[in-house]
Design a protein around this ligand. Structure first.
Ligand code: NAD
Length: 493
């Protein structure tokens, strides 16, 4: 295999990857916009329903007619090859990712690029080390002695539907374990971030041994191509990350064919400060967390719950910390808060800021577009006080650099407020007494919790939500197992 450059087509566009071939979209192209400058930086292939049909067909044939699902060593080889090829292109990919996603450059050294690429190695290792068979020994049901064995098998064709906020992280958290498990995949990325997926498709086609049809990538502005994956009987599993509203549609669309649906959805996670915590350190961390990538992270803590008697001090500490983290050019070293992904997303956040004011909230800092940014979909880091947890801005996912501070009256009250949410994705607790911290960790109904700044994000840590934040877990052995079926085999002895 040769090492190509991550170049675009001469017309500055990317292609679809279907059945091992890079091809233009049947619908022409659509524009890719840099959210920090509002400039059109190029084009992506506009896939159509016919393209999606061809991709599903290719994935089905690759699963049914090749030994991909049974050749564990070959899958591990292809995944490591892809990891190494992408790492060799990391600098080119970094530039294009920051331009397309608007994410701060520092994040591309972690979860926005290099982290998830490196994690492909974890899934390659799992393909080889996983216990594909389990001996259950002998038993005599109905008086006849049998030897029983369990075999883990790939579930089949996976439709992976992803959002725009951490495109590489989410794309690889799906295709990594799905391919390692022996599935074949059709990836449909978000219309706002087609290049992150398409450039990976180019590397797959030109620099790896993945057989045709094993991985297909269909970019498009048409959300209904995602729905097509959900309804098509040739697809065995939908792995979806996105909003809770779309998650409901995905589940409903998949119901007639009763395919497995694995959902990673929204969040409104609470950052709980106990009365024995270092208030300054906690408020600084809460501020940093909510402005990172302009708050466009499903697991970001967006409700800050502080002891009532410290509310005034906590507001001062948090707003000062947020004021020092101004929204700025994401290519500039040191930027933590870049732009929102699109004008549409900025309008959505502005609508919530209006709503906060209408409901009687106080904007302590921020509250609008930064005066020093003439272009780009920026919103200032914003702290809202004066509302309780029933306010819409405390209940609904805003997906911007917006933090709502709410007072609590003790540890149990903090747990109750944290749980007073339709979501249950993540959370944080700050304190000193380990027993009190553990009681909070036990009491909050979420898939992940960070203690005193602890970072749970890692390839081997399952990630996912309780309640309306989703169904299933991504990453770790649990995430790998989502892509497997279990076959029980019995033989008379
Ligand atoms: P979205 O729900 O609008 O879109 C997600 C994907 O679904 C896109 O690829 C879109 O084209 C596709 N889609 C849209 N309508 C569809 C339909 N009817 N059927 C099938 N597919 C359809 O989400 P978004 O705005 O791109 O991303 C932001 C959301 O994603 C936030 O709610 C955020 O919390 C969530 N998110 C969750 C996680 C997690 O792991 N829990 C991670 C990141 C983002």
């Amino acid at each position: 295999m040769t090492r190509a450059s991550i170049s675009l087509r001469p017309d500055n566009a990317t292609d679809l990857l279907i059945d091992g071939k890079l091809i233009p979209g049947s619908g022409g192209t659509f524009e890719v916009v840099n959210p920090a400058t509002e400039e059109v930086i190029g084009q992506a292939a506009e896939g159509t329903s016919a393209d999606m049909d061809a991709a599903i067909d290719a994935a089905r044939r690759a699963f049914d007619q090749t030994d991909w699902s049974r050749n564990h060593a070959f899958r591990a080889h292809c995944l490591r090859q892809l990891r190494d090829a992408l790492l060799a292109h990391a600098d080119e990919l970094r530039e294009l990712t920051v331009a397309e996603v608007g994410c701060p450059t520092f994040l591309t050294h972690g979860p926005q690029l290099v982290g998830p690429i490196t994690d492909l190695g974890y899934f390659a290792d799992l393909a080889e080390s996983y216990s594909w068979t389990t001996d259950l020994g002998e038993a005599s049901p109905m008086g006849i002695k049998n030897r029983r064995e369990l075999r883990a098998e790939a579930i089949g064709v996976v439709g992976a539907i992803t959002p725009w906020n951490f495109p590489h992280q989410i794309n690889f958290a799906k295709i990594g374990p799905a391919l390692a498990a022996g599935c074949t995949v059709i990836l449909k990325p978000a219309p706002d971030t087609p290049w992150c997926a398409a450039l990976v498709g180019k590397v797959i086609a030109e620099e790896t041994d993945f057989p045709p049809g094993v991985i297909n990538i269909v970019t498009s502005t048409d959300h209904l191509l995602g729905a097509q994956l959900c309804t098509d009987p040739r697809v065995d599993l939908i792995s979806f990350t996105g909003s809770t509203d779309t998650g409901r549609k995905v589940m409903a669309a998949a119901a007639p064919t009763l395919k497995k649906v694995f959902l990673e959805l929204g969040g409104k996670s609470a950052f709980i400060v106990l009365d024995d915590a270092d208030l300054g350190a906690a408020c600084s961390m809460a501020a940093f967390s909510v402005v990172t990538h302009a708050g466009q992270g499903c697991a970001i803590t967006t409700r800050l719950l502080v002891p009532r008697e410290t509310l005034g001090a906590a507001v001062e500490l948090t707003k000062n910390a947020m004021a020092g983290l101004a929204a700025a050019d994401p290519t500039r070293p040191g930027t933590v808060c870049g732009p929102l992904i699109s004008a549409r997303q900025r309008e959505r956040v502005e609508e919530y800021l209006r709503l906060a004011r209408d409901e009687g909230g106080v904007i302590e800092v921020g509250g609008g577009r930064p005066a020093d940014q003439e272009k780009g979909f920026f919103i200032e880091p914003t702290l809202i006080s004066g509302l309780d947890n029933s306010a819409r801005v405390a209940q609904e996912e805003i997906f911007g650099p917006v933090l709502v501070i709410v007072p609590h009256d003790g540890d149990q009250d903090a747990i109750d407020i944290a749980n007073d949410s339709p979501y249950g994705l993540s959370g944080a607790v700050w304190g000193t007494d380990p027993d009190r911290i553990n009681a909070v960790v036990d009491g909050v109904r979420t898939g992940t919790m960070g203690v005193n700044g602890g970072i749970w994000y890692s390839a081997d840590v399952p990630f996912g939500g309780y309640k309306q934040s989703g169904i299933g877990r991504e990453m770790g052995v649990a995430g790998f197992s989502e892509y497997l079926e279990i076959k029980a085999v019995a033989t008379p002895v």
